[in-house]
Ligand binder design. Structure first.
Ligand code: GLN
Length: 524
């Protein structure tokens, strides 16, 4: 019988329900339960995250099957080393769309279609759909308890406890203890309120995880134990940590594994070796070995808009035992950029015209200064535009995304290439030719995830290749990777795909490993 763990949140958003859910999954894996998946239910009315502004909502994470999802799925994949699919993420919008479609189709046979039971049934169907025959399904409910859009989610999971039996369901509630510096006190009132909100919708948490800036004294735990009717061991403290990868072992320290084994009847012995090794690596980082990486991007106001990228940099630099300081360069603010202060530059993906010319002028600078550079998706496209303008003398080189009257060295892909959709999404096979990239990947073929509408115009790829900006990877004729001849620039690589979606702390992505290694070799 599949067991379900629900992770809800209260007081404020952004407490780290994604990291918490992923950590619970990691703990179950350490306890020998490997057949796990994690799902996310988002309350918003957008059908998916694809159209959402990264500055508002954070990055769009893309799965192997090309689903545009919430960034929390990235945590699930990185912590558990699993692949998620379209069945791992849904939103109120997506479920409503399905409901209305069914209603229009006459599937409800003239019945009055209602939030309960029709919409709640749809939610339960999403949660319980189990194509992988998983032993555990962890489900994170986005937003906070009390959100209007999410009310039906709580009702659905309340019903599920009845449907599946209490022994097969566990509720974890993540909350925040406010710290008042003036009186040096932790305040529990907002947490008491969120517990009451949860109780009002019929859910009693089994574990209360309390985020706080400072350690939680016993008397506060006792107070919360009274409000929740939980034993004091089930009130877990979660103080801020240096790295999110310290959280699973921290929770084990707090006894979360003991609660899980008791409640879910898990008898196997815990093996923490893999996570201890990673934590030792993280703990051995020090400020003496530090790199400065510049990120020239359009959405630098919010770190979450480049979440997977930042994680990939962290995985690779931790592997090489270096800390990384990120220097954000906001292309939309025309910030001045001191290229001498960075050891490497990354130009990530993005959409739309704003800030483009600034990025192109900065690319010229880093290319000429021979700073190690990695361009991803839009980043690669702009590297090519800059190269065409300044080296190949195609002065009006541009992308069809920005101007259709100029030389479109980057052009819109045809319908076949985007598989009938509006974007080419998900994992595609890429063939590599003899090159530095091939040595980096140690493979002739690779599989990487995509999210783009435009690509290198075939008419120009030969020209690029011959002039020293080699096209070293293609997928059905489409340019996937360009690499500057190392005699011209030692590490200047652009890829049309997004390597950052497939890096994990246990297996850092080869492209980031090579990039970081090269940055380190420059400062040594
Ligand atoms: N806007 C570009 C395109 O659609 C790049 C997309 C991206 O960077 N993800 O091709």
């Amino acid at each position: 019988m599949t067991k379900y763990i629900f992770v809800t949140g209260g007081v404020i958003s952004g407490l780290g329900k994604g990291v918490t859910s992923a950590s619970i999954g990691a703990i179950l894996q350490m306890m020998g339960e490997t057949n796990i998946t994690i799902k996310k239910l988002d309350p918003y009315l957008n059908v998916d995250a694809g159209t959402m502004n990264p500055i508002e909502h954070g990055e769009v994470f893309v799965t192997d099957d090309g689903t545009e999802t919430d960034l929390d799925l990235g945590y699930y994949e990185r912590f558990l080393e699993i692949q998620t699919t379209k069945h791992n993420s849904s939103s109120s919008g997506k479920l409503f769309q399905k409901l209305i479609h069914k209603e229009r189709n006459g599937d409800y046979l003239g019945k009055t279609v209602q939030m309960v039971p029709h919409f709640t049934d749809m939610i339960k169907e999403f949660i319980c759909y189990n194509p992988g025959d998983y032993d555990y399904i962890i489900c994170e409910i986005g937003g906070s308890v009390g959100d209007i859009e999410a009310m039906a989610f709580y009702e659905a999971i309340r019903q599920l406890k009845n449907d599946l039996g209490g022994d097969n369901i566990l509720f974890i509630h993540l909350t925040y203890l406010l710290y008042l510096p003036a009186t040096k006190e932790l305040k529990t009132k907002p947490t008491q309120n969120t517990i009451r909100d949860l109780q009002q919708v019929g859910i009693i948490p089994d574990i209360l995880i309390c985020r706080s800036e400072v350690p939680i004294p016993k008397k506060i735990k006792e107070k919360l134990s009274l409000h929740t009717n939980l034993p004091i061991e089930n009130i877990i403290s979660a103080i801020n940590s240096y790295s999110i990868y310290q959280v699973p072992l921290y929770f084990i320290n707090e006894g979360v594994n003991l609660i899980l084994s008791k409640r879910l009847n898990i008898k196997k012995k815990i093996n923490t070796l893999k996570w201890k090794k990673l934590n030792n690596q993280i703990n051995s980082l020090n400020d003496e070995k530090k790199l400065r990486i510049g990120i020239i991007g359009k959405y630098t106001e919010l770190n979450d808009s480049y979440k997977s990228l930042l994680e990939s940099i962290f995985h690779a630099s931790t592997y090489h035992n270096y800390r990384v300081n990120i220097e954000w360069i906001n292309s939309r603010e025309n910030e001045c950029f001191f290229s001498d202060t960075v050891d490497g530059v990354i130009i990530p993906g993005g959409f739309g015209l704003t800030g483009i010319e600034t990025i192109i002028s900065l690319i010229k600078l880093v290319r000429e200064k021979k700073i190690p550079t990695l361009g991803i998706c839009l980043g690669m496209q702009l590297m090519i535009i800059e190269y065409c303008r300044n080296i190949l003398n195609i002065k009006d080189a541009c992308s069809e995304e920005f101007d259709t009257q100029k030389s479109m060295v980057i052009s819109k892909m045809d319908d076949e290439e985007v598989m009938g959709g509006t974007m080419r999404l998900g994992k595609y096979k890429i063939n590599l030719i003899e090159s530095k990239i091939k040595q980096i990947y140690k493979n002739n073929t690779i599989h990487e995830r995509h999210r783009h509408r435009y690509g290198v115009n075939q008419e120009y790829s030969n020209l690029l290749h011959k002039s020293g900006f080699h096209v070293v990877g293609t997928s059905d004729g489409l340019t996937e990777i360009v690499e500057m001849d190392h005699k011209i620039h030692p590490w200047y690589i652009g890829c049309q795909y997004h390597p950052e979606y497939q890096s994990s702390p246990f297996e850092p992505h080869p492209l980031f490993l090579s990039f970081i290694q090269h940055c380190i070799s420059k400062i040594k």
